[in-house]
Design a protein around this ligand. Structure first.
Ligand SMILES: Nc1nc2c(c(=O)[nH]1)N[C@H]1C(S)=C(S)[C@@H](COP(=O)(O)O)O[C@H]1N2
Ligand SMILES: [Mo]
Length: 251
């Protein structure tokens, strides 16, 4: 388990500063223009709203930095994950042949995809950094299919605003807005540094979002739901705003 109380303490300090400098006024403007993230309520709300609104107005299409092959970290750090469910062990024994990613919600053709199917679609590489909120990072090459490509295959409906994604690990799930979901660097990732994605890094399938902090790049993805309203869902899983993890974690 992570040190949630320390994070809460750090965020508490930041919220105090934000309160003193009057971010609430800016947040009011963001509301007016519909640029409000789903964790805009409560103590951290004005700061979160300002960050998200500024990002979406100024840098919606910006690219995360990409690196050259010689900058790839020789020993990428795999952040230890909690115990994986028995279902994972069973699928792993079958070399993930039965792993499925299902996509439902506001799409015309809900469906489910095997890893081999995903590999047969448009394949892309990116050499980007995983940056953990705790301060460490590493650079790796990632191989996958852009999420936008798969969303086009299932036919995202026009009213879609968010994409919710779930790990086989029960408490790990998160969500992003459509801008992030259709960004060219947002990948359904099945490979790393020339090999299949290793299990400690989220194999066989991980959502990679190099523009946001590591905790948004959820490992062992099995389901995606497209929605118009995050209030229909409970708060983010383990990495949730109440514990000091912002919903929008842009870097
Ligand atoms: N399913 C799942 N996804 C996860 C985590 C996890 O514990 N379980 N940890 C997150 C956190 S906090 C970080 S920083 C990154 C770490 O990625 P890495 O193990 O490749 O370094 O994975 C994220 N995705
Ligand atoms: Mo992290």
């Amino acid at each position: 388990m992570k040190e949630l109380s320390r994070r809460r303490f750090i965020r508490g300090g930041l919220a105090t500063v934000a309160g003193l400098s009057g971010l609430g006024v800016a947040a009011g403007l963001a509301h007016k223009y519909g640029l409000v993230p789903p964790d805009s309520g409560g103590l951290y709300g004005p700061g979160e709203t300002l960050t998200y609104a500024a990002q979406r107005l100024l840098a919606r299409h910006s690219l995360a930095r990409e690196f050259s092959r010689d900058q790839i970290s020789p020993r990428p750090f795999a952040d230890p994950v909690g115990k994986l469910p028995d279902e994972f062990t069973r699928l792993q024994a079958g070399r993930f042949a039965d792993w499925r990613l299902s996509i439902d919600g506001l799409v015309d053709r809900p469906g489910s995809f095997s890893i081999d199917q995903l590999k047969s679609y448009l394949s892309k590489n990116q050499i980007t950094e995983v940056a953990c909120e705790e301060g460490w990072s590493y650079i790796a090459e990632w191989h996958g299919v852009p999420l936008s490509h798969v969303l086009d295959l299932v036919g995202t409906r026009p009213e879609a605003r968010y994409v919710v994604y779930y790990s086989i690990q029960p408490d790990w799930w998160s969500s992003i807005d459509i801008a992030e979901a259709t960004h060219p660097q947002t990948f359904l990732t099945y490979g790393m540094n020339g090999n299949d994605l290793p299990v400690p890094h989220g194999g066989p399938l991980r959502l990679r979002l190099p523009r946001q902090l590591g905790y948004k790049s959820v490992k062992f993805i099995t389901r995606i739901t497209v929605t118009d309203d995050l209030r229909k869902f409970p708060k983010q899983g383990l990495a949730n705003p109440a514990d000091g993890y912002a919903w929008y974690a842009g870097i």
